[in-house]
Design a protein around this ligand. Structure first.
Ligand SMILES: Nc1ncnc2c1ncn2[C@@H]1O[C@H](COP(=O)(O)OP(=O)(O)O)[C@@H](O)[C@H]1O
Ligand SMILES: [Mg+2]
Length: 150
């Protein structure tokens, strides 16, 4: 299954993220890919806001993972852009079953370490304000989730 969503501005991307948040469940995993500046962090901000997290979301740089505990469920925000190739010291998989929600920017870099069941959203830059999002669910839970969100 493969879905497309055209985001015409930052607000559209935030709204889509809020719609995903409204279908949240513990241990949900959302993978985000697409070039720099395509809107991955905007999506995380929209999701975090809907969760009730008031802190400003910035991409985790040095530690690759940031945990936010002030929302309805914990949010584990990962950005693996700076992960060294073959670095196995970061225990990504420990987060998938901790009861919160994991959102991973640049998930492709750790594709061998992703859970089998997840949703992948790839952002494509079209012009200054337009992005086409390609959304692929893996597993029936995520298939149903994506159908209800889109
Ligand atoms: N439709 C859109 N969706 C998301 N961001 C958009 C959109 N149109 C313009 N932007 C802008 O693009 C930038 C996306 O930045 P960011 O989310 O940090 O990208 P990434 O995390 O993918 O590197 C922001 O400055 C945002 O305002
Ligand atoms: Mg980012």
């Amino acid at each position: 299954m493969n879905f497309k969503y055209t985001s015409k501005n930052e607000r559209d991307t935030m709204t889509l993220a809020q719609n995903f948040e409204s279908e949240k469940f513990p241990n949900m995993v959302i993978c985000l890919d697409g070039e720099l500046g395509s809107g991955k962090t905007v999506f995380v901000k929209g999701f975090a806001k809907a969760l009730g997290i008031e802190e400003n979301i910035t991409s985790p740089t040095f530690n690759l993972i940031k945990e936010y505990d002030s929302g309805e469920l914990p949010l584990y925000h990962m950005d693996v852009y700076r992960l060294e190739e073959n670095d196995d010291s970061v225990g990504f998989s420990e987060y998938y079953n901790k009861g919160g929600i994991t959102i991973i920017e640049w998930s492709e870099i750790i594709k061998d370490k992703l859970p089998d069941e997840r949703v992948e959203i790839t952002f494509k830059f079209i012009d200054e304000n337009t992005r086409v999002l390609n959304i692929v669910p893996y597993g029936t839970v995520y298939e149903e989730l994506v159908e209800s969100v889109l």
